[in-house]
Write a protein that binds this ligand. Structure first.
Ligand SMILES: [Zn+2]
Length: 208
């Protein structure tokens, strides 16, 4: 649901494995004809053609001129994000229909689960799909997620995403597999701390 494109910057996950439900700030496309433009070229055109209202870029033009679509010629090229009340990408519906029925595990991370249709995935998953909610507070009870001992398929990991996933990676023995040179500094620093702690604990065990 995030539009920052961060996952593309810090993982080697192939683009086709990610469905950007609300679009992504790291791509540009034409609202009129759907043509996907070259993103670097789009950024260059923004620098050259759009005035800087923050007045921090001296080289920005005094007045803006439209960025035109190479395909249809309309001035409707913008970052590929889904604006409020606009349609979600077709791919979201296709993937939900084809992938959800075979999902063993649905991980819900850092969301209020109040925005439809993204939040419908929670109850459209088969009743055999385990659901893990990683969040600071419980969400989605109105969508059927159950918290507490009575729940047989829902699990709640309370806390910040970075901390919870480090914990999970640690349990799975995957800590060293995370490419920390690509992580944002805040996450990389948490990972370094965790690795140092794990190595200290190992040394203590060896000594005793
Ligand atoms: Zn166009």
């Amino acid at each position: 649901q995030n539009i920052d494109g961060l996952e593309g910057q810090c993982t080697d996950l192939p683009r086709e494995k990610v469905v950007a439900v609300h679009g992504s700030m790291d791509q540009a496309s034409c609202e009129m004809c759907g043509e996907k433009g070259d993103f670097d070229e789009f950024c260059k055109e923004v620098e050259e053609k759009i005035k800087d209202i923050s007045k921090s870029d001296d080289s920005a033009p005094e007045i803006s001129t439209p960025i035109l679509c190479k395909m249809c010629g309309c001035a409707t090229v913008k970052p590929s994000i889904v604006l409020f009340r606009s349609n979600l990408p077709r791919e979201f519906y296709d993937r939900a229909r084809e992938d959800l029925p075979t999902a063993d595990l649905l991980i819900v991370v850092g969301t209020s689960l109040t925005v439809s249709p993204a939040n419908t995935l929670v109850y459209r998953a088969p009743s055999t799909t385990l659901r893990l909610v990683v969040n600071n507070e419980p969400v989605g009870t109105r969508l059927g997620i159950q918290y507490g001992p009575e729940s047989s398929r829902d699990f709640f990991a309370q806390g910040f995403c970075d901390n919870v996933f480090l914990e999970l990676m640690d349990h799975l023995g995957w800590l060293k597999d995370i490419a920390h040179d690509k992580l944002p500094e805040a996450s990389a620093s948490l990972l370094r701390e965790r690795l140092a702690r794990a190595s200290a604990e190992k040394n203590n065990v060896l000594r005793s």
